[in-house]
Design a binder for this molecule. Structure first.
Ligand code: PEP
Ligand code: MG
Length: 603
C-alpha cells in the first residue's frame, strides 16, 4: 500500500525544504453580474482601460524586480504578460459587451476572460495550457482592480516564520514575490519543468516540486513538510530519521559539488582511455559564458528560436551572422552546431502568426515551417554560410521525417552560397549539414538519411515524446516519459549503426545525455559525443572519468536485452555502483534546460 504521508511530483528546482505548509487558495475572485445605465457606459469603458493600465504598471514593476532578482530572460516573462494584458482584440471584445449589453466593466471582462481561459484549456495545445497560469494571473490582476480590491498575497505581510507554500497552481507573478528567507519551498498541483513559475523558482533558488496530484487536499496548513526539489519526493510529518536522512543526502550532494568543481579542468577521458566530447546546449546568449566556464568542448546544439521570441520582426541576416560569430569566438577551434529555427510545438514566437491546431506537436512546425517560409529560412542559411568562414560552424536541421527535406535544404544552401558569392560576399565552401534524429520516421530511415547527411544528432526529448506517445510537457505523464524505454534503446542502436556504416559522426543532444545513468548507457552504445545544458556538464564529466568504457559497453549489451525501463535502470545502477555513489545520481532531477519562449501564443 502506498504511504499516505508521501506525495510525488516532478522536482523542478533543486534543494531540500522543511517547514510548515501554507496552503494557498489562490483563485479567481467571484464577480457579481452587474449592469449599468446607458449614460454610465463611457465611464465603464474608461474604468476598463484605467484598470488595464494599472495592471500594466504593476507588471512593469514586477518585471523590473525580476530583472534584479533573477535575470533578463526571466524578466521577459513579464514583457509577454504586459503584451497579453493589452491584447487589443480581447479588450475590443470586452468593450463590445459593455456597450451593447450594458454590462459593468468587471462583468464584461470576467465573461470574456472565462471564454478565453476555456478556449486555451480545451485547445489541445500544450503551449497554451502551459501558459494558462500566466493568463489567469493577468486577468485576475485586472478584475481585482475593477472590483476595487487590492492584490494582497498571503505572504505580502510580515511573515516571520518559514513556510512551504502549497497551491493548486503558481503564477510567475506570485512566485517572484516570494521571499526566499521565509518561503523555503513550493509545491503545486499543476506545472512542469518548463512552466514559468518553475523557471523562476529555480532562478530564485527556492526548492520546488510541481505536478503533485491532490496536494491541496492532502496537505493541511501548518502540517510539517519535507520536500526534495531534485527528486520530487514530499514527506508529510517527517520522522526524525527521515529528516536526518535528508540532511545526510544534502551533505553528500555538497561533497559531490566540491568534487565536480575540482574536476572542471580535467579532460573528459574514461579510466580506460576513451576521449569523449562533452559539448554544451546553448539556448540563449546568457548561456555562452556558463558553457565556457563549465568546460564545454564547443556547442553541440545552438538553439536559435530566441532570435525570434518576443519580437515583432524577424532578425536580420547580419544580426544572426554576428550572433553565430560571437558564439564561435567563445570556443576557438571547437565546433558550433547551429540548429535552424525549430518553431512550432512548444515554441512559436510573437513575430509569427501561428495557426491554432488541434495537435501542434503533430502539426506545422520546425523544418516544415522553414521550408514553407523561405523568406525566414534563407536569411538564416546565409547567416550560417557567412559566419562559417574560417570557423567550425555546422548546420543542423530539426524534426526531419523525410529524405527530400534534407535534399531541399541542400539545394537552398547551394543557391544561397552562389547568390552570396555573386554579391561579392565571403562564404564558407563547406558547411557540414547534419540532421536531428528526433522522430521515429528518421530512425527508420536512418540509413537513407545518413547518405545525405554529414552528421547526426539524436534529440531524445522529441524522440521519446513521439515514440512513447507521451507529451514531453505534461506533468501527469512525467513518470511515463522514460528515455531508457526499450523502444528508445533499440532506436539508439539503429541510429548508431546507420551512422557507423556511413562513416558519419553521431551525437546525442537531448536531455537524456544529462542524466548520469543514461549517459553511461549512451557511452556503452557507442556515443562519444554528448551535448547537454551547461550546468549538467561537470557531473557528466565525473561520470565519464569514473566509469570505464568496457563497463558501460557491458551494461549497454545487457540493457538491450531488458524488457522494461526499470530493468534498464537497475542494470545501469549496478554497473555504475562500483565506480560512483549511485544514490546521488539517481533519479537525476535534471534542471530545466530549455526555457520555453515567452511570446504570446496566437489565438
Ligand atoms: C530534442 O528534441 O531532444 C532536442 C534536443 O530539441 P528540443 O528540446 O529543442 O526540441
Ligand atoms: Mg526537438
Amino acid at each position: 500500500m502506498t504511504d499516505p504521508r508521501r506525495l510525488q511530483g516532478v522536482g523542478v528546482s533543486p534543494g531540500v525544504g522543511f517547514a510548515p505548509a501554507m496552503v494557498v487558495h489562490w483563485g479567481f475572485p467571484d464577480v457579481r453580474d452587474r449592469t449599468v445605465e446607458e449614460d454610465e457606459i463611457e465611464a465603464e469603458v474608461g474604468r476598463l482601460h484605467g484598470a488595464v493600465q494599472e495592471a500594466v504598471d504593476s507588471l512593469e514593476a514586477l518585471r523590473e524586480r525580476v530583472l534584479v532578482r533573477a535575470g533578463v530572460e526571466e524578466s521577459r516573462i513579464f514583457e509577454a504578460q504586459i503584451l497579453m494584458v493589452q491584447d487589443p482584440d480581447f479588450l475590443a471584445g470586452v468593450e463590445v459587451l459593455i456597450r451593447e449589453n450594458q454590462l459593468s466593466a468587471e462583468t464584461a471582462y470576467e465573461f470574456k476572460a472565462l471564454e478565453l481561459r476555456n478556449l486555451w484549456a480545451s485547445s489541445g495545445s500544450a503551449q497554451l495550457r502551459e501558459r494558462l497560469a500566466d493568463l489567469t494571473a493577468i486577468q485576475r490582476r485586472v478584475v481585482l482592480r475593477l472590483m476595487g480590491q487590492t492584490e494582497r498575497e498571503p505572504w505580502s505581510g510580515t511573515l516571520d516564520e518559514q513556510v512551504i507554500v502549497v497551491a493548486h497552481e503558481l503564477s510567475p507573478g506570485l512566485t517572484v514575490q516570494l521571499d526566499r528567507e521565509h518561503v523555503v519551498g513550493l509545491v503545486s498541483e499543476e506545472g512542469t519543468r518548463t512552466s514559468h513559475a518553475a523557471i523562476l523558482a529555480h532562478s530564485l533558488g527556492i526548492p520546488a516540486v510541481m505536478g503533485v496530484a491532490g496536494a491541496i487536499q492532502r496537505v493541511r496548513s501548518g502540517q510539517m513538510i519535507l520536500l526534495d526539489g531534485r527528486t520530487g519526493a514530499i514527506i508529510l510529518d517527517p520522522t526524525r530519521s527521515e529528516l536526518e536522512e535528508a540532511k545526510t543526502r544534502l551533505h553528500r550532494r555538497h561533497r559531490l559539488q566540491l568534487k565536480l568543481e575540482a574536476g572542471l579542468l580535467e579532460p573528459a577521458v574514461t579510466p580506460d582511455g576513451r576521449t569523449v566530447s562533452l559539448r554544451g546546449n546553448v539556448d540563449l546568449p546568457e548561456e555562452i559564458e556558463p558553457a565556457v566556464r563549465h568546460g564545454a568542448d564547443g556547442v553541440g546544439l545552438l538553439r536559435t528560436e530566441f532570435l525570434l521570441t518576443g519580437r515583432a520582426v524577424v532578425p536580420t541576416e547580419t544580426e544572426q551572422t554576428d550572433y553565430f560569430r560571437r558564439v564561435a569566438q567563445a570556443f576557438p577551434n571547437q565546433p558550433i552546431v547551429v540548429r535552424t529555427f525549430d518553431l512550432g510545438g512548444d515554441k512559436f514566437p510573437a513575430a509569427f502568426e501561428a495557426p491554432i491546431e488541434a495537435n501542434p506537436f503533430l502539426g506545422w512546425r520546425s523544418i516544415r515551417v522553414c521550408l514553407d517560409h523561405p523568406e525566414i529560412f534563407r536569411p538564416q542559411l546565409r547567416a550560417i554560410l557567412r559566419a562559417a568562414v574560417g570557423r567550425d560552424i555546422r548546420m543542423m536541421l530539426p524534426l526531419i521525417t523525410r529524405v527530400d527535406e534534407v535534399e531541399q535544404v541542400r539545394r537552398l544552401v547551394d543557391e544561397e552560397r552562389a547568390a552570396l558569392r555573386a554579391d561579392g560576399q565571403d562564404v564558407a565552401d563547406e558547411v557540414p549539414i547534419g540532421v536531428m534524429i528526433e522522430t521515429p520516421a528518421a530512425v527508420v530511415l536512418a540509413d537513407r538519411l545518413a547518405a545525405v547527411s554529414d552528421f547526426f544528432s539524436i534529440g531524445t526529448n522529441d524522440l521519446t515524446q513521439y515514440t512513447l506517445v507521451v507529451d514531453r510537457g505534461n506533468a501527469r505523464l512525467a513518470d511515463r516519459f522514460r528515455t531508457e524505454h526499450p523502444a528508445i534503446l533499440r532506436q539508439l542502436r539503429t541510429v548508431q549503426q546507420a551512422a557507423a556504416a556511413q562513416g558519419i559522426p553521431v551525437s546525442v543532444c537531448g536531455e537524456m545525455a544529462s542524466d548520469p545513468l543514461s549517459a553511461v548507457l549512451l557511452l556503452g552504445l557507442g556515443f562519444v559525443e554528448l551535448s547537454v545544458a551547461p550546468p549538467a556538464l561537470p557531473l557528466l564529466k565525473l561520470v565519464v572519468r569514473s566509469v570505464p568504457l568496457s563497463v558501460a559497453e557491458a551494461a549497454a549489451r545487457l540493457a538491450l536485452e531488458a524488457d522494461t525501463s526499470e530493468e534498464v535502470r537497475e542494470i545501469l545502477r549496478s554497473a555504475v555502483g562500483g565506480h560512483l555513489d549511485v544514490a546521488l545520481l539517481d533519479p537525476a532531477g535534471a534542471l530545466p534546460a530549455y526555457r520555453a519562449p515567452t511570446s504570446i501564443p496566437a489565438r
